[in-house]
Ligand binder design. Sequence first.
Ligand SMILES: Cc1cc2nc3c(=O)[nH]c(=O)nc-3n(C[C@H](O)[C@H](O)[C@H](O)COP(=O)(O)OP(=O)(O)OC[C@H]3O[C@@H](n4cnc5c(N)ncnc54)[C@H](O)[C@@H]3O)c2cc1C
Length: 498
Amino acid sequence: MALETINPQTKLEADVVIIGSGAGGASVADVLTKAGIDVIMLEEGPSVPAEQAPETTAKAFTVAWRHAGITAALGRPPVAYGEGRCVGGGTEINAAIFQRTSDELLAEWAQRFKISEFSPEAMKPYYDRAASVVNASLTQGPPGRPTDILIEAGRATGWKTSMLERSQRGCVGTNACPNVCPTGGKQSMSRTLLPQALNRGLRLFPDIRVRNIRLENGQAAGVEAEARDGSAQYFVRAKTVFVCAGAIQTPALLQRSGIGGAIGRTLQMHPTFKVIAEWDEPVNAHLHRHPLAAITEFMPNQRIGGSVFSPGTFALSLAEDWENRKNLLQRWQHFGIYYGMIRPRGQGAVRALPILRDPLVSFRLTHGDWQNLTEISGRLGEAMFAAGARRVIPSITGHPGWTTMAELRRDLPLKLPPGRTNLMTVHLFGSCPMGENTQACAVDSFGRVGGIGNLVVADASLIPEAPGVNPQGTIMALAFRAAEAWLAQGARNVSAAA
Ligand SMILES: Cc1cc2nc3c(=O)[nH]c(=O)nc-3n(C[C@H](O)[C@H](O)[C@H](O)COP(=O)(O)OP(=O)(O)OC[C@H]3O[C@@H](n4cnc5c(N)ncnc54)[C@H](O)[C@@H]3O)c2cc1C
């Protein structure tokens, strides 16, 4: 990819500046550059091409993840979360599972959030386009033992299990998804939409962090930015600003720019509970593709699936309770990491703080969410034993684990202690929900920020609620839609003003 470096002397100007190069930003760049619009894209993180993919997850954390992967939403319990921070954003480090939000949920959102021109039929072409870009497809050949474990669990419990489509082209199964794909088999944004947009004239500058959007006479006039290491400052003038910095950074950036209201008040996520499970025979999960199946019997409110496994990610799981679990490291080839994920009703918030670079993020689970988590955690344990596990250890600090199904069942319903239960998520959304329902929405049906005609949000922030499925496909679909809506209206304004 031909990326550019900003010379501080250069006066940068474009019709559109896009902040962020992830699923949302790349999809906007695709639409706009195809229409011949002059676009600059600023990305806080570095470019990490396949040839330079870090060899270990620990190294990848420092290169391609925000804050080396150590970020948490405050609450009881706090929820650890992960965000990409590199060219291509989260799509470079994600597991590449491609899913569509169900038609029922899309129809419900259209009604409840009063989203104009939004229906399952209207969204289908956008989803189809996203699926085609990333070549969403089932993996050919034997999926490997970590997947077989979930399939066996589904068979033994009678719970519905589904194979998952992934964004892939010639994936050889290095099992290094969180490290940035070393072969380019994962069809992330740096392998698909970004190089195509660069060929059409996109100017993409990595390592540049936007501090705030400059408003003049109530309109966006451009963005104030700095080199990530703070060594240089820039102003990029633009007639329209697309904010695609992700569900945490987008609201923080808007708030830093003086835009408040409902922005950032309704953060959503998929809280996720993990277990490590041990088998008598080696699983050798590090040698196989990460689990490509999920137990979907309890969707959309609960899903059971599996995580990428490496010695490093296993050691991280043990680190939750190192004193009690460190001896398990010797048998690491016998373990797998599996999760239960819920679709919550609780909400969180993102608040930019004066002086500080990072926002305060919080999330509050409702009583119902906690019950949902309790239930899925028990089911997750049952699934593991049904697939022949000899020991299952939940992500609860100080918990000794169970060695039989009978032992687990005696503990059901599980009492998850809020102070010792470790939750995490890699799915964040809903911080600027779209729609015309002014009670619930922060931006209009197409991502336009209220009253500011030339400022548009187009990323995970728009998804009004937790979709219960992996979100990248929905983010791309919504970003295509927002960019096309802007073209239909905004492009006329650009040419009129020129
Ligand atoms: C480990 C992991 C696994 C996942 N697995 C899956 C999966 O299998 N399937 C799926 O569908 N989803 C998955 N996801 C989620 C998915 O990747 C994200 O939902 C998606 O990438 C979000 O898209 P986005 O455009 O909203 O934000 P991002 O893709 O996060 O892009 C935002 C970009 O903006 C940049 N940025 C932020 N602030 C600024 C600023 N001030 N100035 C300049 N640039 C800025 C960031 O550096 C980032 O690159 C996973 C995520 C992670 C972290």
